[in-house]
Structures are given as structure tokens and as C-alpha cells.
Design a protein around this ligand. Sequence first.
Ligand code: ADP
Length: 423
Amino acid sequence: MLLGCIADDFTGATDLANNLVRAGMRVVQTIGVPDEGATVEADAVVVALKSRTIEPGDAVAQSLAALHWLRARGAGQIYFKVCSTFDSTERGNIGPVAEALADALGAEFVPVCPAFPENQRTVFKGHLFVGDLLLSDSSMRHHPLTPMTDASLVRVMQRQCRGRVGLVEHAVVRQGADAVRARMQALQAEGVRFGVVDAIANDDLMAMGQAFTGLPLLVAGSGVAIGLPQNHGLTASAAAAELPRVPGARAIVSGSCSPASNAQVVDFLRRGGEAFAVEPLRIAAGEDVAGEALRWAADRLGDQPVLFYATAEPEAVKAVQARLGVEEAGALVERTLSTIALGLVERGVRRLVVAGGETSGACVQALQVERLRIGPQIDPGVPWCHAPSPAAGAQGLLLALKSGNFGTVDFFTKAFTLLEQGV
Ligand code: ADP
């Protein structure tokens, strides 16, 4: 294993895995830390945790367990994947986890860079920009769990860790890998342990990727990943994204109520796709909506993909939430959609698209999926994956897990077209 990655949330893990595959690495993403005995065939493994907003002590413990598992399998370099908007609170968890990993690895200098210019996340003079806005002027300022009110990553990081934090400024990065290396050594000699690295374009990520060769630990968003495979002689190729062919029926399960998912459902219906609407109030009234959906599916699983959706416009969602409570409504719908997903796979579906971050989590759990091999990208941040699942038998199944606002309006159609073109 060339690279061992620890991601602080699930969709962030997939985003990172997707970038590594695009740059030429074969990647497996695991859901949580795998069993001690598990083996994985890949250039990089991304362990997806859910540690972004839990207690710092728990985040450290889980991250160290992931580190232990990855190192036991020979991971050459460790990549702690954080959000590209550096989502964290004053207490962490980026600083405490980075410091604990650095201690465990004996890392004396650790670069820190959440930049992903393709996704409008740039770092200049240590300040994080979201599009044209400083992080602290962006909507992240009002995030319910991790409000980001300071755009200076040097300051934010320094508040979260004991080790000194410094800056590798863009004037250095633009001179290339040797200059970055020299600056990192100089900072280390001054007693700096964490260096925020500026990046405003892909070239910067490629230069720093080269400069990071041999460092035990990196703290980064998913952008830095594009510059790492080159260090191992790997370049972008379709081979890294190859997945096993899995014949079988096709279906979509959508529990996301984001504007993008609403538009994608409307687009699927407009094209004449067959669909079953899951109504939360009927579930709450005790009706067997999942059973009904699966009976409805029985005659329809065949040539064309079928859609099961709870996706609704904001007013409808608010009305349901007012009746059932926000959490209860979410849990009811997630339970029903994941029961449907499992039933579909038991009835022969082998290519499944799931829309919604939490909905994906629930479906993956119901299908007892523990790992995903990452395949070709459908839209930025959303690849097709191959997953073993007890419900799918020996061949496993192909899954595309789309969070919230990802994907173009024709995403559901496009996903299956990509498969037909020969995954
Ligand atoms: P996203 O990635 O868009 O945030 P999620 O799946 O993470 O999507 O979250 C959507 C939440 O909304 C889930 O908990 C889901 O069960 C819930 N939900 C889906 N449809 C409805 C609906 N019609 N009414 C109320 N809640 C719903």
C-alpha cells in the first residue's frame, strides 16, 4: 500500500478516493476501521470515519486505530483528509488528530493544505477562500456545527494544537518542489511542526505533491491527492478505475431533498422513467410502504432503471417535519429506503444509485457493505464503486453514492449510460 488515508467523514473519503483514482491509483475505501484480519489489494486505502464533530478524544482514538490498521498493512505515507473548508471547532478535531498522528508516526514536520482550486477552494497567504470570499465571509460562517469565522488557517490550526504552526507561502510554492522542500526544512529548523501551504491552482498542488515525497504525514483536503500518484510513477489512466462487470437490474433510491436531487428526480420522471414515491406520513401511519414498493418493483425490474424516492420540495419536507419531528421523519424515511434498497438487491438489482449522504449511510449499513472499490467518475465527487455485500452474492454489486447537491440534472440517466459504455 503506497498511501494510507484517514478521512473524517464518509463523503469526504469518497471525494479523496475519486481524486486518487483519477490520478492513477487503484483505491479501496473502507467504512470504519476494518477487522484486524482484513486484507485489501490497492495502491491506496481510504478509511472513512465519522469523526469531524465528535469529542476530540474519540476522534483521536478512532484515527489512531485507523493508523494502526493502515501501518500494519505497510502504508508508506499517511494522509489525514479534512474538509476543504477546514470544518472544525475551536477544540478540533483537525489539530488534536493531526498532532496525535504526528506523534505516533514521529513526524517532525507536517504540511497542512485544504486547497482544491477545481472546487473553488484556494489558500493564499495562509487564508482560505471559498470562491471569491474569505472562508469567514462565506456561508460556512453560519454552519450549525462548525461555524468558521476565521479564514487564517495558521491561526485556526494554532488554536487547536500545541506544536507551532507556520506558513509555506505561494511565492515559494510557485517556484516548484525544491523551493517548497527547502522552505519546509527551514520552518522545521525554526521549531515549526505544522506548515500551512498556499495553493491557488492545480500546478501548485502538483509541485507540493512532489515536495511531500517521503514525508510520513500530510493533512489535506482532497485536492493535494492529485499530486501524489506521480511520486510513484503513476499517471492518469482508465485502468485505475476499472471495476468488475456485474450484470443485473438497475435502480435508484433517493432520500436527498437538496435542490439538485429534486431536479434530478424531476428529470428522470420527465424522461418517462418509472418511479415509486415514498410518503413519510404513510410510513408514520404504520403502512408497510417498503413492502408495497418491493411488490411494485417485482414486475418492473428488468430493462429500465426504476426510481424510489422520498425526495420532496422544502415546503413538503417542512410539513412532514412539523408533524413527525425532524429526526423522526429522517429516521423513518432512511429506514424505509434502506429496507427497499436491501429488498431490491435481494431481488436482483446489481447496479444501484443512492442519492443523499445520510440515506447512503443507511443503505450501505443495510447492505452490510464494508468496503468499496472506487471506479470511474460520473460527476465530480461521485464515482461508481464495486462493493461486496452478503445480499448480492459472489459478484457483489455496483453502487454510486451521491451526496446532496452533487451531480448534473441528468445524473440518474448519465450514471447508467456510463456503465453501458463499458465499466
Ligand atoms: P443530503 O445529502 O441531500 O443532505 P441526506 O440523505 O443526507 O441527503 O438527508 C436527507 C434527510 O431527509 C434524510 O434523513 C431523509 O430520510 C430525510 N427525508 C427524505 N425525504 C423526506 C421527506 N419527504 N420528508 C422529510 N424528510 C425526508
